[in-house]
Every structure is written in C-alpha cells, then in structure tokens.
Design a protein around this ligand. Structure first.
Ligand code: WQD
Length: 334
C-alpha cells in the first residue's frame, strides 16, 4: 500500500513514517518545512533503511499538490500538515483557517480528482472543548466551548470529512483525536524539534533543560487536581505512530473516530518530577497564574481504539522522559 504523509517530516509524521516503513508500506512525504527540517528524511533512512520520496509542497500550493498526486498513485493519505500553535491561532485566526481548513479542502479536492478515497486525519482532543468531565469519549458532542481558533480548525475539518463521507459512499475517513504527544524515538535520532517557539509543556521543559529558556512557568497550581496543577493524558509518540498503523489497517467506508491516549492523567508537577528523575537534574520552575483557556483535567477513554483497532499504549511517562533525554543528548552531539 502506498501512503502519502502530509506534514510527514514533523514530529508525529516522522515517527509514523518509520512505523509504516518497518512494516513494508511505501511512504512518500509532503511538507512545506515551516516547522520541521529536511534532515529528518536522513534520520528516517538511518532508522528504517528507506529514504521516503519527498515533495516540498505547501497545502495552499494547488499546482504543486496536483503534480504530486498526478505522479503519486497513492492508496491513502495521512494528513498531519497544519499550523498548531494555540496561542498564535488566537492572534492570527485567518492564517489558521486559511492554512488548516483551506489547505485541507485543497487536499481533499486533489484526492477526489486522482481517485484517492482514504484519509486518516490528525485531529486533537481540543475539539471536545469543555465537557465538564475529565474522561473523554468519542460519542461526546464536539465543537462546544473550544477556546482557540486552532482547535476550531480541527473541529471544522472533522465536520468537512463527515459531510464528504455523507456525499461520497466510497469515501473512507478515520479521525484520530490525539491527546498530548510526548517522547522521542528510542534511537535518539528524531524527536520533537520545533522551529517555532513552543507552546506545549514538553518542548518547553526540553528548552529549560538545555538552558534556552530560564525556567518553566507552571500555569496555575490552584486547580481541583491531584496537586493543583493541570492534568493531561501524555501519550508516547511511538505509541501514537503505531495507532496510525492500526487505523489504516482497519479503514472502512464512512467516518471512524478514535481517541489516541493512555487513559491516564499526569499533572504538570508529576511531569517535572519524571523529567528530573530521568535527567538526574533539578528543573527550575515557578508557579504563575493560570493560562487562559486551560482546563483543569482531561484524559482519554481509549477503550474504542483498543476494541476496534486492537491498539493500546504500551510505553510509559518514564519511557517518554528517558527517550527525550536520549534525544537531547543526540541533538547536543550534532
Ligand atoms: C499541558 C499542561 C498547561 C506549558 C494543547 C493543544 C492540543 C494539543 C496539545 C496539538 C497544561 C501546562 C504548559 C507551560 C505549563 N496540540 N503548561 N507551562 O494545552 O493540554 O493541549 O497541546 O494537537 O490540541 O490544545 O497542552 O502542553 O500546552 O499544556 O504549566 O509552559 O501543561 O497549563 O496543564 P494542552 P500543553
């Protein structure tokens, strides 16, 4: 099976490429390299023994995408490409709607023109908004109380996929709602290495540990949680990548939706402690005020993916921290 990964040199895309290549899938990658580096292709080759064909194409470049699909002969697309900085999306909503939603429409039109009727979409738990409960399941209503345009774009794209599936009986779309991806490939050769200023907890912890950022600001310790700090469901990126393989092996007509998470919550201070245990060093942090839009506690109910995809997470927070430390060591040696 020939698979196109949009955004495939990114954090989750590159780890997914490796899992697919290990299983003998034919993989091609499209990316605009806005938030990733082309050298990731060499790392993928070092790990998986194959260097995927690469197209430097932007989702808004209709001509470039058309040429790629004309040559590609893809059976399926895994759609990772998209802007994902929550804070930036609040300042620049039109940029996020144009790129994420407009770009996805371009992609879907290209797929239709070239007879590619299978897509796996990289969605996010953020589409649940505030459900008033911590544990999230796929049948919950989405799109209510989403606190940022980034999350809204993910929700709108889910609705577009549902409507296309209604209109086209042979269309197969699997929506994967990620919780909080962390960790790195055990080889230490790839990991989270954003070009932009990170928003997320782990890339910030990484930059604090390398000294690029002075200290971690813990956004609030007055939540009704185990220790007052925010609780999230942190999933190892390799488990997440394997979830994509499980999903494409079980594609079917219509819309399928799955949470990809561990089913367990971990607090910010528990993440700090886990990182300190793995690194053997104290991590400087300061408790500050809450971040606008943050929820106290959310985590996945991953039961549907376990039942229907025969997939569940196997790696732990400790594994994620050890793999992150190992990746940082490799980055330093470069
Ligand atoms: C996690 C916890 C913060 C940074 C977002 C998106 C979601 C997905 C993951 C892409 C929270 C706390 C964080 C910091 C902190 N993105 N924190 N200090 O907000 O759960 O989810 O990223 O798919 O769609 O919404 O992730 O990593 O930003 O925050 O205290 O400097 O860490 O308050 O409790 P979040 P996060």
């Amino acid at each position: 099976m020939k698979v196109l990964l949009t955004g495939g040199t990114g954090y989750i895309g590159s780890h997914t490429a490796i899992e697919l290549l290990k299983l003998g899938y034919e993989v091609e990658i499209m990316d605009n390299l806005f938030n990733s580096k082309i050298t990731v292709l060499d790392r993928i080759e070092e790990i998986a023994g194959v260097k995927p064909k690469f197209y430097k194409v932007d989702l808004l470049d209709k001509e470039g995408m058309d040429k790629m699909f004309a040559e590609g002969g893809y059976d399926l697309v895994i759609h990772f490409a998209g802007l994902k900085a929550v804070g930036e999306s609040v300042e620049k909503p039109l940029k996020y709607y144009e790129n994420n939603v407009g770009g996805t429409i371009n992609l879907l039109e290209c797929m239709k023109k070239y007879g590619v009727n299978k897509i796996v979409f990289s969605s996010s738990a953020t589409v649940y908004g505030d459900q008033g409960v911590a544990e999230l399941t796929e049948e919950m209503q989405t799109g209510v109380g989403i606190t940022n345009p980034y999350g809204e774009t993910k929700h709108v794209i889910e609705e577009i996929l549902k409507d296309v599936a209604e209109a086209e009986p042979e269309f197969e779309a699997t929506i994967l709602r990620y919780f909080n991806p962390v960790g790195a490939h055990p080889s230490g050769l790839i990991g989270e290495d954003p070009n932009d200023i990170p928003n997320n907890l782990m890339p910030i912890i990484m930059k604090v540990s390398t000294g690029e950022i002075e200290k971690l600001k813990v956004y609030g310790n007055d939540y009704d949680t185990v220790d007052g700090t925010g609780v999230r469901d942190y999933i190892h990126v390799v488990d997440l990548a394997k979830g994509h393989v499980a999903a494409i092996e079980k594609m079917k007509p219509g819309i399928s939706i799955f949470n990809l998470g561990t089913g367990k919550g971990t607090s910010v201070l528990e993440m700090v402690a886990a990182f300190e245990k793995a690194s053997g060093e104290k991590l400087p942090y300061e408790i500050v005020g809450r971040r606008a839009g943050d929820l106290a506690e959310i985590y996945a109910n991953p039961g549907k993916a376990e039942k229907e995809l025969s997939w569940k997470t196997e790696l732990t927070i400790e594994d994620a921290m050890n793999d992150t430390i190992n990746y940082l060591k490799h980055l330093k040696e470069k």
